[in-house]
Design a protein around this ligand. Structure first.
Ligand SMILES: NC(=O)c1ccc[n+]([C@@H]2O[C@H](COP(=O)([O-])OP(=O)(O)OC[C@H]3O[C@@H](n4cnc5c(N)ncnc54)[C@H](OP(=O)(O)O)[C@@H]3O)[C@@H](O)[C@H]2O)c1
Length: 263
């Protein structure tokens, strides 16, 4: 299948995708904005998807692109630059990681965009991929435990934690997402794949309570009702995928390994 390019191969998800592709016998190239020494047979190329710099050289000769690069903003522009270069170089399969709810969070005001603009940019990237003319696969995942851990660490620095009332999450293990993404990348283009979500749905208070329990800390929580249509959609379950609770590892399992084993 030739070289597989992994954008975002240095990130939380991409770092788990790369060794799995290597183990499957693929030649892996990683795109990053920074220099990295080649290691374990992985070639690193410098490029910036936001500006387009270095992208043509990165996709040259790649049969498949697994697009894991992303950030809080501008994923539509990044996808556009990638797709343009990939179309010119004859990529045969582009695999994209998006987020559950990308198509269900309405962004109609500045308030919505300020808090949930990420979902709008993921939907825009999804459309750029699906309308690219390239054979494509998109997988929507729920929030990774790593992200929630980072948020929990920040929020619990406060003496009183504001908790978005009515918000529920169905987080998933990034390594389980990586395994599925690799399976999709090694298969035929599948269009929009079934979602991947974790085994349980939690309120924010439940997620934080478990984190505080393993950290042996106590904090007060204060429910806060967030304004806007996007927040209302989240309260109605737009970022959940209960029928696709295919992940096995729970938040409790993840915390036990990450926090307790390092304590
Ligand atoms: N985290 C979640 O809960 C979650 C849930 C569902 C979907 N997703 C999606 O999964 C993907 C990966 O998320 P993650 O949590 O693994 O992200 P992450 O840890 O923040 O890593 C982001 C990656 O994107 C690369 N990147 C960012 N901007 C770039 C640019 N302008 N040009 C080239 N590379 C760029 C970074 O590479 P360098 O810094 O090396 O340049 C890094 O490897 C994203 O598309 C995200 O939207 C994430």
């Amino acid at each position: 299948m030739g070289v597989i390019l992994v954008t975002g191969g240095t990130g939380t998800l991409g770092r788990l995708v790369v060794p799995r592709l290597r183990d499957a016998g693929c030649d892996v190239r990683v795109l990053s904005r920074r220099t990295h020494e080649p290691a374990d047979g992985i070639e690193y190329m410098i490029g910036d998807l936001a500006t387009g710099q270095g992208i043509e050289a990165s996709v040259a000769g790649a049969g498949t692109v697994v697009h894991c690069a992303g950030g809080p903003k501008g994923d539509g522009d990044k996808a556009r630059n990638l797709v343009r270069a990939a179309s010119r170089s004859g990529v045969r399969h582009i695999v994209y990681i998006s987020v559950v709810g990308a198509d269900r969070i309405p962004i109609v005001s500045g308030v919505d965009r300020g808090m949930f603009g990420y979902f709008e940019s993921k939907l825009s990237a999804e459309r750029i991929v699906s309308e690219s003319g390239l054979p494509w696969t998109t997988l929507r995942a729920t929030q990774f435990y790593d992200l929630l851990l980072m948020v929990a660490e920040q929020m619990t620095k406060l003496p009183v934690i504001p908790v978005p009332a009515g918000f529920r999450f169905q987080p998933v293990d990034a390594d389980e997402v990586a395994a599925r993404l690799v399976e999709l990348a090694l298969g035929s283009p599948a269009g929009l794949a079934p979602d991947i979500a974790g085994p349980r749905v939690y309120t924010v208070a439940e997620l934080l309570r478990e984190y505080l329990r393993v950290r042996r800390r106590h904090r007060l929580m204060l429910p806060v009702r967030l304004p806007g249509k996007a927040a209302r959609a989240v309260r109605a379950g737009a970022i959940l995928s209960p029928e696709r609770a295919v992940g096995h590892r729970t938040w409790e399992d993840f915390l036990a390994e990450r926090v307790l084993n390092k304590a």
